[in-house]
Structures are given as structure tokens and as C-alpha cells.
Write a protein that binds this ligand. Structure first.
Ligand code: AMP
Length: 389
């Protein structure tokens, strides 16, 4: 049996999951042995001073369930890394050089990559003998063609500063699109075409043709695209200049506005979709507008990605909202019979597996995401390839 530890290291928290997975090439059979989150890293008064102390806490939690972090049974460690830039479009075995290249990408993800690196550094110090693999949030989107990845701005400026569309949530889009492809009825010769709608606190859509991602809604940063809990998603870039000139807002204030005070929160004061929907049910007009803006944006992306793909076999909903809100799914896809998309009301209300009607040409499904399992699979894949030379 193969044991993989998955680490998702943030600036103030470290999430982990220990999985026991079937040997390559059948890593599908996975059993979660332990999981948890160490919180408040480095905060005043916290017993967890830094990421090193956080890993010690993980070791203690694993020991309490009978597994030593120093155990020879541990096969590898997989690390989530948010930004791989143009350097990394595949999960990658971590060496000193790889760690340095991740460090050089910090300007593209100033909040996330340093925290991811901190997790990598302490884990490599703890287990220098083990293969450790970086699985990048951007990697699955590395196949997006230039026409979709390029912003129509001055080329030299864009190239000098790495300004292009990278996309995020890649491990979720990879996992869910593969699961969804299994549900396709009669896919074309290139394999099933899938639209994935990952709707959590952050939200993104992707278009996947025969297993390859060809479009995604997040861009240089996770701010572009869909309406999110606190992020605006798409706005006219002219809004930034207008706010600067007319309201005297500086760049940090605009950053804070668009990332933390926009989206559902900005529109109605609640960023939790459950709260928004309770207010919608009670007839609250602000919540109703927030919900309507959210679903309209989503519907627009479904239409756009339908056109990008030409034909669609499966539309998959995932993430906390995608998996649980029948109202979002219904409002997003209602009245699209002309595109061959017909929801079944009872199945949508039940919200498990296929939710489209039997006569719907496009199948619609709820597919719970599992990013940790995907990181474990990709980690195993990398070390199996390395072992086989
Ligand atoms: P995630 O980031 O994937 O954990 O998703 C978080 C989002 O899922 C929050 O906006 C929650 O309000 C939303 N969510 C969770 N459960 C439900 C539910 N039953 N109905 C509507 N939204 C939900």
C-alpha cells in the first residue's frame, strides 16, 4: 500500500490529508486515513509560532492515530502550489532548483506562493529522504491556446511582466472534468467536451475538450471571471481608473475593494450563499439582485464556453455552491432547451449525480470535487514515472 501526505500550506493555516492509495496505474482506490487543519500559524498568542511548528503539530496529530510522519511507510508528500507561471504546466518533483523557481514566481502570487513554499521547506527538512511533488493550481490550464490566454494589450509590456491568463482551481477542474467525462453519453471522436463550474467561495469555470483545458475564467490572478463571495470577477478595467481619478482611491484601496468588499458581500452584505438564499426566499431585494447578478454571469459563461467548444457533452457543477444550491443551478440553466440543456426539477432538487432530464442532449451533473485526492494521484503519477526512469 502506498501512503501519500497532501499538504496545502497557507499563510496562517496548514491543511493536511493522509491517504492510502492503490498502486499506480490504479490510484483511484483511495482511503483517507487522517486529515486536519492547523490554524492561526504565527498569530499573536497562538501556540503555533511558524510553519515548522505547524508541521510538528501535524506529526503529533498523525502519531495520535498511529502513524509516524517519520514512518518508512510514507511514500511521498504532495504540495499544493498556487502559481506555476509559465514554468510549470505539470506536477513536478521538488528539487532545490524547483523550489527556487517557485520562489521567483512570488510576484505573480504574493500571498500564496510564499506560504506554499514555507510548507515545502519544512516538509523537506523533516523528510529529506522522501520524494516531494509540487502540484500547481495553474497547471491544468497550461493547455489553453494563445488566443484564449492572451490579453489584448501591448505585447511587449505583457511579456516583460508575465501578464497573460493563467487560470486557477486547476486540480479541481482536472478532477471534476475527468469524473464528468465518464458521464458523457456519445462523445465525439476527440472525447467528451465538458464545462466545469467550480462554485465555492472563489469561483471559476472551465471548458475542457477531450481532457484538455481550452478556456478558463480566472486570469493573471483569481480576480477575473465569475462573481464570487467577496471578489467582483469581471469589471470594465476602466472602473479602476475612474475610481482613482474620481474618488481618489489608491491601488491598495482598489485591490481591497475588488478582492474583499465586492462579489456577493459587496452587493448584499452577505458572502455566504446560504445566507443570501435565505434572504432571497424572504423576498429581500438586495439579496435577490446579488443572486441574479451571480447567476446571470454564470449563464453568460456557459453560453460563451458552449461556443468555444462547439458541442458540449456534460456540464458539471462543483464546490460548496455548485454542489448544494439547486436554485443557482436552476437559474443558471433554465430556458436553455434550444441549446439541448434541460434540467430535471426533481433530480436538481436532490442534487446528486445526473440532474438533467432523460431527453437533455447535454448531460448536467453534480460532481463533488476532491482536490486532495487529485493532488495525491498526481503526486503518485510523478513518482511512478520517476521510478520507471
Ligand atoms: P467552498 O469554498 O467550496 O467551501 O464553498 C463555500 C460556499 O458554499 C459558501 O458560499 C457557502 O454558503 C456555500 N454553500 C454551502 N452549502 C450550501 C447550501 N446548502 N446551499 C447554498 N450554498 C451553500
Amino acid at each position: 500500500m502506498t501512503h501519500i501526505l497532501v499538504i496545502n500550506s497557507g499563510s496562517s493555516s496548514l491543511k493536511y490529508r493522509l491517504l492510502s492509495v492503490g498502486a499506480w496505474p490504479a490510484p483511484q482506490a483511495a482511503v483517507r486515513l487522517a486529515s486536519g487543519t492547523v490554524e492561526r500559524i504565527g498569530e499573536p498568542g497562538s501556540p503555533v509560532a511558524d510553519h515548522g511548528a505547524a508541521l510538528d503539530a501535524v506529526a503529533a496529530e498523525l502519531a495520535a492515530v498511529g502513524f509516524g510522519l517519520d514512518s518508512p511507510e510514507l511514500t511521498a508528500i504532495g504540495h499544493r502550489v498556487v502559481h506555476g507561471g509559465r514554468d510549470f504546466t505539470e506536477p513536478t518533483l521538488i528539487t532545490d532548483e524547483v523550489a527556487e523557481r517557485i520562489e521567483r514566481l512570488i510576484p505573480l502570487a504574493p500571498l500564496h506562493n510564499p506560504a506554499n513554499l514555507a510548507g515545502i521547506e519544512v516538509a523537506r527538512r523533516f523528510r529529506p529522504d522522501l520524494p516531494q511533488v509540487a502540484v500547481f493550481d495553474t497547471a491544468f490550464h497550461g493547455t489553453i491556446p494563445a488566443a484564449a490566454a492572451t490579453y489584448a494589450i501591448d505585447r511587449e509590456t505583457a511579456e516583460r511582466h508575465g501578464v497573460r491568463r493563467y487560470g486557477f482551481h486547476g486540480t479541481s477542474h482536472a478532477y471534476v472534468s475527468r469524473e464528468a467525462a465518464e458521464l458523457a453519453d456519445r462523445p465525439g471522436p476527440g472525447g467528451p467536451n465538458v464545462i466545469v463550474l467550480h462554485l465555492g467561495n472563489g469561483a471559476s469555470a472551465s471548458a475542457v475538450a477531450g481532457g484538455r483545458c481550452v478556456e478558463t475564467s480566472m486570469g493573471l490572478t483569481p480576480l477575473e471571471g465569475l462573481v464570487m463571495g467577496t471578489r467582483s470577477g469581471d469589471v470594465d478595467p476602466g472602473v479602476l481608473m475612474h475610481l482613482h481619478r474620481e474618488a481618489g482611491m489608491g491601488i491598495e484601496q482598489i485591490d481591497e475593494l475588488l478582492n474583499r468588499r465586492s462579489g456577493l458581500l459587496g452587493l448584499c452584505g452577505d458572502n455566504d450563499m446560504r445566507a443570501v438564499e435565505r434572504r432571497v426566499a424572504a423576498g429581500d431585494p438586495e439579496a435577490e439582485l446579488a443572486h441574479a447578478v451571480y447567476c446571470h454571469r454564470l449563464r453568460k459563461y456557459v453560453g460563451a464556453y458552449y461556443a468555444v467548444l462547439g458541442t458540449v457533452d456534460v456540464i458539471a457543477f462543483t464546490g460548496g455552491i455548485g454542489e448544494n444550491s439547486s436554485l443557482v443551478r436552476e437559474r443558471t440553466l433554465s430556458g436553455l432547451d434550444g441549446l439541448g440543456i434541460v434540467l430535471d426539477a426533481d433530480r436538481n432538487a436532490a442534487g446528486k449525480g445526473l440532474i438533467s432530464a432523460d431527453d437533455s442532449r447535454v448531460r448536467v451533473a453534480v460532481v463533488p470535487t476532491d482536490e486532495e485526492l487529485e493532488i495525491a494521484r498526481q503526486t503518485l503519477d510523478v513518482i511512478s514515472r520517476t521510478d520507471r526512469g
